[in-house]
Design a protein around this ligand. Structure first.
Ligand code: SAH
Ligand code: SF4
Ligand code: F3S
Length: 440
C-alpha cells in the first residue's frame, strides 16, 4: 500500500480528526494523494449534523462502487459521526456492501489495528467497528499529519453534555472529556517551536473546559497560554452563550496574541424557541453578553450560527430572530434550516412546512448579507495585520484580519506564515481585497 486519500465532511473537529487519521496512515508508510483513483486506502470521515450532509455523503460513497468493482484491492473506510448513530453502521453495510471498514468516532484511533485485522483475514471480511461508549479514552499518542499550516488545530475537549434538542452531536460524540491542561500547553509549545503561527482551540463548548476533571477552567487554560512568549494568534471555537464568562472576555481583550474574534452561536432570537431548544440562556442574556464583549473589545469580530424552522417557530418567533440579527450586527453568520435528526427530542415535535422554512431562510440570509456587506465597507482604507495563510492562485495570497475577516491580496507564496500589513482597497460581495503596505 502506497497512497491514502481522505475526504472530510463536517466541522473543524472532523478536519482535525482527519489529520489524526492521516497521521496513523503516514506512520504506516503511506503518503497522501488527492487523486482517489491512485489511492490504496480511501477514507470518508463523515458528518450527520443535517440531512443534507448525510445525503451528500451517501451520494459520494455510492460513486465509489464502480472504482471498487474495477479495483477490489482498494480499501474503503467510512468513519466519523454518521457511523456512530444507532443502527446506522448496519444500514450502511447493507446499502454499500463494498465498504471494507466502518469505524465509529469513539474508537477512531483504532484505525491502524482495524486495517491490520482486515488485511490478516484471508477473505478480507468486511469489518464494522463501532463502540457505544459515552466516555471513550483520550489517546494522547495518536500521530498527527497536519494539513493547515500556518494554523494548527488543537483539541482541548471532546464530546458534549448540552443536549440541545435539535442536535445529534451528544449522541455521536459522547460526554465531555477534557484533555489535561499540561498536555495542551505542551502541544501548543511544540507547534509554535516548529513554526505554526496560529493555534485554534477546538471543543463543542470550550467554556466548559475542565468541568469534568475539576480544579481547572477555560480561563485557567487561557491564562497559561497567555504566558507563552512568542508571536502567534490564538482562536477558539465554539463558545456557548450560557457559559462564556466576563473573565474569559477580559483575558481575550488584554492578551495581544488572542484574536478579537468570538464565534457565539445564538440559534434563535426568541425566548420561547431558545427554551424549546434547551439552550439555557435568554435573548436578554445573549444581548448583555454581546454588550460585555463590545465593552472590552469595541471592534471584536463576532460571528454566529442561526437556525430557522425549529418545530413550533411562529412568525413572531422568527421576527425575534430577525430583530436580534439586526441589532447585534454579526460580522458573519452561518445560517441553517432546521433538519430533524432521528433520536433527538425535536424530531418528535410538530414540524414546520418546508415552504415556510424556505421563506424564512431567504429573508435571514438577505438580512445577514446586507449587514456583512456594511461591516466590510467599514474596513475600506484601513491597514490591517494579516497572517498570510494560503495561495489559491499564482501570486495571490489569502489571510485573515485579527477579527477573522478573509482578505485577498497580491503576494508571493513564500510569504505564507508571515504577518503582513495590508491596506484594504476593495470590498466585493462581502469579500475584502487589499494591497501589501511597504514598510520600507
Ligand atoms: N457546539 C456548537 C455547534 C455544533 S453544530 C454549538 O453549540 O454551537 C454547528 C451548528 O449546526 C449549530 O450551531 C447549529 O446552528 C447547527 N445545527 C445543529 N443541529 C442542527 C440541525 N438538526 N438542523 C440544522 N442545523 C443544526
Ligand atoms: Fe450540539 Fe448544543 Fe452540544 Fe453544540 S452545545 S454540539 S449545538 S448539543
Ligand atoms: Fe462535526 Fe458533523 Fe460530527 S458537525 S461533530 S462532524 S456531526
Amino acid at each position: 500500500m502506497n497512497y491514502y486519500y481522505i475526504e472530510t465532511f463536517g466541522c473543524q473537529m472532523n478536519v482535525h480528526e482527519s489529520e489524526k487519521i492521516a497521521g496513523i496512515l503516514s506512520s504506516r508508510g503511506l503518503s497522501a494523494t488527492d487523486n482517489v483513483n491512485l489511492a490504496d486506502v480511501i477514507v470518508f470521515n463523515t458528518c450527520c449534523i443535517r440531512d443534507t450532509a448525510e445525503k451528500k455523503i451517501e451520494g459520494n460513497i455510492g460513486e465509489l462502487k464502480a472504482l471498487k468493482r474495477a479495483s477490489p484491492e482498494k480499501i474503503l473506510i467510512v468513519s466519523g459521526c454518521m457511523t456512530q448513530q444507532k443502527g446506522r453502521a448496519e444500514a450502511l453495510k447493507k446499502r454499500f456492501p463494498f465498504i471494507d471498514i466502518i469505524l465509529g468516532t469513539a474508537n477512531q484511533y483504532e484505525l491502524g489495528a482495524e486495517l491490520d485485522k482486515l488485511c490478516a483475514s484471508p477473505k478480507r471480511s468486511k469489518r464494522v467497528s463501532v463502540r457505544f461508549d459515552d466516555r471513550p479514552p483520550i489517546d494522547e499518542s495518536v500521530p498527527v499529519t497536519r494539513t493547515s499550516y500556518p494554523n494548527a488545530w488543537v483539541n482541548i475537549m471532546y464530546g458534549c453534555n448540552n443536549f440541545c434538542t435539535y442536535c445529534i452531536v451528544p449522541y455521536v460524540r459522547g460526554r465531555e472529556r477534557s484533555r489535561d491542561k499540561e498536555h495542551i500547553i505542551a502541544e501548543i509549545r511544540t507547534l509554535l517551536d516548529s513554526g505554526y503561527k496560529e493555534i485554534t482551540l477546538l471543543g463543542q463548548n470550550v467554556d466548559s473546559y475542565g468541568s469534568d476533571i475539576g480544579n481547572v477552567t477555560f480561563y485557567d487554560l487561557l491564562k497559561d497560554i497567555a504566558k507563552i512568549n512568542a508571536k502567534f494568534r490564538l482562536r477558539f471555537m465554539t463558545s456557548h452563550p450560557k457559559d462564556l464568562s466576563e473573565e474569559v472576555i477580559k483575558i481575550i481583550a488584554e492578551t495581544p496574541n488572542f484574536c478579537n474574534n468570538i464565534h457565539l452561536p445564538v440559534q434563535s432570537g426568541s425566548d420561547r424557541i431558545l427554551k424549546a431548544m434547551n439552550r439555557k440562556y435568554t435573548r436578554k442574556r445573549y444581548l448583555e453578553l454581546i454588550e460585555t464583549i463590545r465593552k472590552y473589545m469595541p471592534n471584536c469580530g463576532i460571528t454566529s450560527d442561526i437556525m430557522v424552522g425549529f418545530p413550533g417557530e411562529t412568525d413572531e418567533d422568527f421576527a425575534d430572530t430577525m430583530s436580534l440579527t439586526s441589532s447585534v450586527r454579526f460580522q458573519n453568520a452561518f445560517t441553517f434550516v432546521y433538519s430533524p435528526r432521528a433520536g433527538t427530542p425535536a424530531a418528535q415535535m410538530e414540524q414546520i412546512p418546508k415552504e415556510i422554512k424556505k421563506e424564512r431562510i431567504t429573508a435571514l440570509v438577505a438580512l445577514q448579507n446586507r449587514i456583512s456587506d456594511e461591516i466590510s465597507a467599514d474596513y475600506l482604507g484601513k491597514t490591517e495585520e494579516i497572517l498570510a495563510e494560503d495561495a489559491p492562485e499564482e501570486n495571490v495570497l489569502v489571510g485573515r484580519t485579527d477579527t477573522g475577516r478573509l482578505v485577498r491580496f497580491a503576494g508571493d507564496r513564500s510569504l505564507i506564515g508571515s504577518f503582513i500589513n495590508v491596506k484594504i482597497t476593495k470590498n466585493k460581495a462581502s469579500a475584502l481585497f487589499g494591497e501589501i503596505v511597504n514598510n520600507g
